[in-house]
Each structure stands twice: as C-alpha cells, then as structure tokens.
Design a protein around this ligand. Structure first.
Ligand code: TYD
Ligand code: MG
Length: 451
C-alpha cells in the first residue's frame, strides 16, 4: 500500500511544512507544528465544472431519523432514543469508572439480528471474554478483536460489517501512515477521523472510548469533539456505586440528558427512579439541608443541597462549593446580606450537592440560599420541603423552566411543601403538595421561619 504523505501543520497560522520544526518557519510560534496526513490537492480544487448546488431549506424533505435502541434504556435516554445509522459517539470518563463494562453490556444488549464488534486496544480478548462471563452477559453475537492498528481494525470492520462497533480506547489506536507515537494528538485525531468516515460510509454506529485528562477533558485534541456526532461523559464519585452518563453534545438529540446506573457485581443496572439516590436519609431534620427540585435534561430530579456556615478563623473567610457554582455562591451570599440582612462575612460557607451531582442551573439558587440560612441560624427546615427558583441581584425570585414537572416529582416522592417562584405557581392543585409561592428572597426566608 502506498504510504500517504504526511505534513506538519502549524496550529497558529495554518502553514504547512514537510518536516518538523521546533518553531513554525512561517509565523515563528514555538511548538505549534503537529503531524497530519497531507490531503490530495485534487480534493481541494473547485475548478470549472465542479458544481455544488444550494437548495432552499423549504425544498428539503425532513425525515424522522430512525433510531435503533441499544437495549440499555438509560443509555438510550441520553442518546435521545437510540442510535442513528452512521452515528459516532465519543464517551469519556476517568479510568476505572466503568466505560468498558458499560459498552460491553450495551453491545450484549443490542437486539438481534444486529452484528456487533468490540475492539479492545487495552485488554486482551481473553480478558474481555472473562469479564463478560463474570458479568453473566448473554453475548453470543458480540465479536471481539484485540487490536490497536488502525488499518487492521478498518479491515475487520469491512469484513464483519457490524451495525454497532466499539473502539476501546481511541488513544491506543495508531496508524502506520504516521510517525508520531500512539496517543499523540496527530494519531488520535487522524484515527478518529478515518474511523468516523468509515462509519458514515457504512451507515454503522460507532462508539469511541476516550480517556479523560486530570482537567476533566477528553485527552487528545478538542477537534475529536468536533469530528463526532455525540459526546457523552460517564462519571460518578469513585466511592459511590452510582454512575451518571450525560450528553454534552448531541447532533441527534437534547444535551444534558442524564442516565443513571448502579454498579453491581453483575455489571451496571439502570436506575429508573434516581431521585431517591440524591436524597440523604436523615432520621430527623438537620440544619443546613434543603431539597432542590432540579431538572437534568428533561428529567425532574430531587437533590439534597447541604450548607455548612461556621465562624471563620482566618481573615479571608472561605466560600467553597462542591457540585454547584462557586461564583454563584458568592453572589447569593451578597444578595442574602443586602436583601435579607443575613450576614456571612465572618463565616466560612461550604455548600454541597449530595451524591456527586453537578448542578449548573440557576434554579438551584433558592435551595442553596435556604440551606445557608438554615445552617447559619442552626434551625432545620422542618417537614418535607422542596425549593427551586433563580435569585436575581435585586432579590427577586425568578421562574424556573418546567416548574410543574418539578412539583409533580416532589409530590410523587412524598414531599408536603414546595417553596417556588410566584410565576411557577401551578393553576391546579398537585396532589397533597402545599405550594408556597414567593416573589422575593426575603419572603422565602421569612416563610422559612414560619414553617
Ligand atoms: P471498567 O469498565 O474496566 O472501567 P474503565 O473501562 O472505565 O476503565 O471497570 C473497572 C472495574 O470495575 C472492572 O474491574 C470491573 C468493575 N465493575 C464491576 O464490577 N461492576 C460494574 O458494574 C462496573 C461498571 C465495573
Ligand atoms: Mg476500560
């Protein structure tokens, strides 16, 4: 096979060179050259005779995409209902979090007669088979290939034509056409691009497993995220047995959907009602705890927010948040002071979302503020109360999206009271739930004292 030519392209100015230099010969930037496959000039030439006709958007017939369920309901939920033909999914996560187990299970659960292939670049075929046996997976149709070389993997894909394939992991795959080491940016990018092109051409779905760096991004170039259709993160507290899978990019569905799994010695089990997981079971009400009715994707979820407010022993009091935004906490403390007379400048303030949840929506504001007030006053919020609502700098409580769904979830789990923004007050009654609607944060704090 003729070796494709490689070139070295500068990430700063885009100039290309035939050999590697420490600094770009064109713009002088240091360490910006990386190896790529030099494309044939013909693919870039749009000369006379080349036509590319644009079409009016109304003239294009929109078809509902067909989705093939993977057989794991929680994975299908994050994918938006299943896999689309030719879909390429990048899934990242810390080592040992369970990525290989999840995808082996997904292939085993893929409904017949689909053919599936699991390419393992990290473990031998025996190791993968042993794991399948230990998890008691019924996977007679899953084919295994222990291989790291791209050209041989592509040949196996051509020969077996699987409808769903998994590459575990993309960082171990290398192409003989490039000199750089496996795992290098150039190798990862080129191998992912070639596998993606093949999956699109064959109309087969492809999962790429990716390692996560210390900073939490998928190792290798960010371009990987641009090449693929869907980016999923598999995460969870290593000390807990719960695992979350979320979509951060999805060309075929909503992002920020959440799938929840419990880890067992028989592999991952989907958790259909995850709210119960994120509620700490306290024998009696404790100060500094408030239950938030949040949304993960389209799914309402109840999460306990905990706050600890304690006298500071250093000149600069600490503001620390786990699973919630730090800057938002500082803002909420300022709003509490200005609009409710709640002063925390001599206090350390810690807040935490229970169960390793990460909450980024502003609708968490009200629950965080109430938990802080509860801890500061050392008064538990009595009874079964949930709260949600965004707090503005003027002290106003703003509505949150899909308030009705949040309230229904709270009622379903036996909550008795909900403190919500006025605009989210439901028109009808929701089961046994008493709705306390507030317009301002000081009203919410005052209502807390009356509970
Ligand atoms: P593994 O899937 O190898 O993680 P990753 O591919 O992300 O590095 O899982 C790590 C270990 O945990 C492995 O020894 C199998 C074990 N495990 C279970 O026993 N049960 C489970 O449900 C999961 C997900 C993993
Ligand atoms: Mg693995």
């Amino acid at each position: 096979m003729a070796r494709p030519k490689t070139a070295y392209v500068c990430a700063e100015c885009g100039a290309s060179a035939l050999q590697w230099f420490g600094s770009c010969p064109s713009c002088g930037a240091a360490g910006t050259l990386s190896e790529t496959i030099a494309e044939k000039a013909s693919s870039h030439r749009y000369g006379a005779g080349a036509t590319a006709a644009a079409v009016a958007i109304s003239g294009i017939e929109a078809r509902e995409v067909e989705r093939a369920p993977t057989g794991l309901a929680e994975l299908d939920r994050v994918l938006g209902g299943g896999l689309v033909a030719g879909q390429v999914v990048l899934i990242g996560g810390d080592p040992g979090i369970g990525k290989s187990t999840l995808l082996l299970q997904a292939l085993a659960a893929t409904p017949a007669p689909a053919r599936t292939l699991y390419v393992s670049g990290e473990e031998s075929a025996e190791q993968v088979a042993t794991r399948a046996r230990r998890l008691a997976l019924q996977a007679p149709r899953v084919h295994l290939l222990a291989e790291t070389q791209l050209e041989r993997i592509v040949a196996a894909l051509e020969a077996g034509r699987p409808q769903v394939a998994v590459i575990d992991s993309i960082q171990t795959i290398w192409s003989e056409t490039m000199q750089s080491a496996p795992g290098s940016v150039a190798q990862v990018r080129e191998c992912a691009a070639q596998l993606t092109r093949r999956a699109k051409a064959a109309g087969a779905a492809l999962f790429l497993i990716g390692h996560v760096t210390k900073e939490g991004a998928i190792a290798g170039p960010r371009v990987l995220e641009h090449i693929v259709d869907t980016v999923l993160y598999f995460e969870g507290d290593p000390n807990s047995s719960f695992r979350l899978i979320r979509a951060v990019k999805n060309r075929f569905g909503a992002v920020n959907e959440l799938g929840v799994f419990a880890m067992t010695d028989r592999g991952l089990r989907g958790v259909a009602n995850p709210s119960a997981l994120f509620l700490q079971q306290h024998p009696r009400a404790v100060p500094g705890s408030c239950v938030l009715a949040t949304l993960e994707g389209t799914r309402p979820l109840l999460v306990e927010i905990q706050a600890l407010v304690d006298p500071a022993h250093a000149p600069n009091p600490r503001r620390l948040s786990v699973g919630l935004e730090q800057n938002r906490l500082a803002m909420l403390l300022a709003v509490l002071h200005r609009h409710c007379g709640v002063a925390t400048w001599e206090q350390d303030v810690f807040v935490n979302a229970v169960g390793g949840m990460k909450i980024s929506e502003p609708a968490a504001d009200l629950a965080v503020s109430l938990a802080v007030v509860s801890s500061l006053t050392d008064r538990p919020i009595p009874g079964k109360v949930v709260a949600f609502g965004e707090i503005g700098l003027a002290g106003e409580v703003r509505p949150a999206p899909r308030g009705q769904d949040r309230l229904k979830e709270a009622a379903k789990l036996g909550f008795e009271k909900a403190i919500v923004p006025k605009a989210n007050q439901p028109k009808g009654k929701i089961e046994e739930l008493e709705v306390i609607a507030v317009e301002r944060v000081d009203q919410a704090v005052a209502r807390l004292r009356e509970l």
